[in-house]
Design a protein around this ligand. Sequence first.
Ligand SMILES: Cc1ncc(COP(=O)(O)O)c(C=O)c1O
Length: 491
Amino acid sequence: MVQQYAISEYPDPKKIIKQLDDLISKPIYSIKPEALKDYEINYFEKKCPQSKAMIEDARNLIPGGVQHNLAFNHPFPLVFTRAQDAYLYDIDGNWYYDFLQAGGPTVLGSNPPEVREKVINLLHSCGPSTGLFHEYEYKLAEKISELMPSVEMFRMLNSGTESCMAAIRVARLATNKKYVIKMGGAYHGWSDQLAYSIRIPGTKWTQAHGVPRHMFKYTQEFFPNDLNDLERKLKLNQARGGTAAVLIEPVGPESGTRPLYYDFNREVEKLCRKYGALLIFDEVVTAFRIGMPGAQGYFGVSPDLTVFGKVVAGGYPSAGGIGGKKEYMKHLAAGIESGEKHKKALIGGTMAANPLSSAAGYYTICEMEITNAPYKAGQIGDRLTRGLQKLIQKHNLPFVAFNQGSIVHLETVGTMHFSIDWKKIWQIPQILKETGARKQEMEHMGAAYMAEGLVTLAGSRLYTSAAYSEEMIDDALQRFDRVFANVAKKA
Ligand SMILES: Cc1ncc(COP(=O)(O)O)c(C=O)c1O
């Protein structure tokens, strides 16, 4: 079967960046206070009492009353009991369109029976884990390597965070260099060395509370879309031992919230070759959402190492992995090849590559391939984006909607479009204050969407899946219409 990519037309970054610049230069537009109050009373208080009671009890036992950083907090998080296809159901029996998709892994939709049945069979035969090799480890590695030519070898791990940690460790061993340059604003998990410049380019260590500053001695950032900035850093590092790796999200930081120029990845690849740094693609979100060969297939780039997460376990636990060229992957610990003399990076995990996750990942990827799911989810993403753009125009709002296939961005406040310039250090407190106020309004918008039966990612991103029909998207758009009708400039 011919596989198609999720992106039918690459977004025009110049146009979108201009729109986002305009958005953050304007006052905040958000849900009117009286409309928010109405949602709080008539939806959350009246229709979600069991969620409210459980979260109140949970606050005594669970920090913040909620485990997951993608959960909505305003006015209180909801408790979900069922997920199927494109729908979520809360404990009070309300249903929602699911545009969170567990943060990205469920391109087929939630809980697809084709995968669930295989997982149940596996549980009957060997349970979820043995701590030993299982055939699904092999099948998953073989499948991924077949789909992505740069992945000559694959190693499954527990999470995207862990896999990014592993990738930079391997890069340092393989190159004998120390510096790692990441793109400003990108999220590569929450490990000590990569909790740097998260969400807002230029923020450096300022959001890494609890991490000693010296952990970032060899972590650097470059501004998205700025090849000169990257080259400057590569050159500077050359004089002091060299750059081990450049680590990027191929559609742009935060899953393309700040879109990259189409050729950008290829230019970064060239710079990596010129300066002897490994190119690491963080495809935690994009593999296999952008297409079965990942974003690297779409952009025609061959990274040295690729980081996996999310889809790699099909929405089941322990979703992580690292893949790449043999000459680098040989630096991962576990197993012995005869005659090996090179050093190996300490990497482990009791639950890493357990049979359940490996089988779930394997069958998910096979099913996505058979059904052309990335393409279908991308088409749905296009329809949703076009509909949102029309609504933005209809209500004359400064909002910006764009998509990279099934990754749909709906920017109402543009928090992540701010950046920090340390040469203008006096501006930093004001920028942090402004982004804080905007983030709060994003939460209010998220609460309004939720009350209209729309679960989004942080009120600003919507993942679509192949489980959506066009009719469902049209219905979802009517709900967005109702929210947008109640938006006004904040007093
Ligand atoms: C691009 C990217 N890299 C890494 C991670 C971290 O993955 P995990 O949450 O599995 O640790 C995420 C999580 O959202 C991500 O989006």
